[in-house]
Design a protein around this ligand. Structure first.
Ligand SMILES: [Zn+2]
Length: 121
C-alpha cells in the first residue's frame, strides 16, 4: 500500500518535471510573439521588434536586443503597410509617438519591407 502511494507520487513528480522541462524547451526553441497589428502569434525571428527605449524614443529594433518596452510586427505587407500602425503601436507601447519618431520609424519600416521583399521567394 505504502509502496503504491510512493510510486504514484514519483509518477506525478516525474510528470511535473517533464512538463516544466518541455515548457522551457518550447521557450528556448520557439519564442512566439504576437503581432500588434493582426494579433497573430509567430516565431520571434520572423517578426520585427519596435522598441520604446528608456529615453522614450520609439524606433525599429533590428537586433531585437534593445532594452525597453517592445512590440512585435509581422514582416508582411499587410501589417507593415497598415494605416493604423501608429495608433496600434502607441497602444502597444503605451506611449505617444512624436512626429520625428514616426517619420524615422516609417522610413525604417519601409527599409525593412524592401529587405523582406528581397528574401521573399
Ligand atoms: Zn501581423
Amino acid at each position: 500500500m505504502v509502496g503504491e502511494v510512493k510510486r504514484r507520487q514519483n509518477l506525478r513528480k516525474g510528470k511535473l518535471v517533464e512538463l516544466s522541462r518541455s515548457l522551457v524547451d518550447v521557450g528556448k526553441t520557439l519564442p512566439k510573439r504576437t503581432c500588434f497589428i493582426c494579433r497573430q502569434k509567430a516565431n520571434k525571428s520572423v517578426l520585427c521588434r519596435v522598441v520604446r527605449t528608456i529615453e522614450g524614443t520609439v524606433s525599429l529594433d533590428i537586433t531585437g536586443m534593445e532594452p525597453g518596452r517592445g512590440a512585435y510586427l509581422c514582416l508582411t505587407r499587410e501589417c507593415l503597410g497598415s494605416t493604423s500602425i501608429q495608433l496600434r503601436l502607441e497602444r502597444a507601447l503605451r506611449t505617444q509617438i512624436g512626429i520625428e519618431d514616426k517619420e524615422l520609424l516609417v522610413a525604417q519600416i519601409k527599409e525593412n519591407m524592401m529587405r523582406f521583399k528581397e528574401i521573399e521567394p
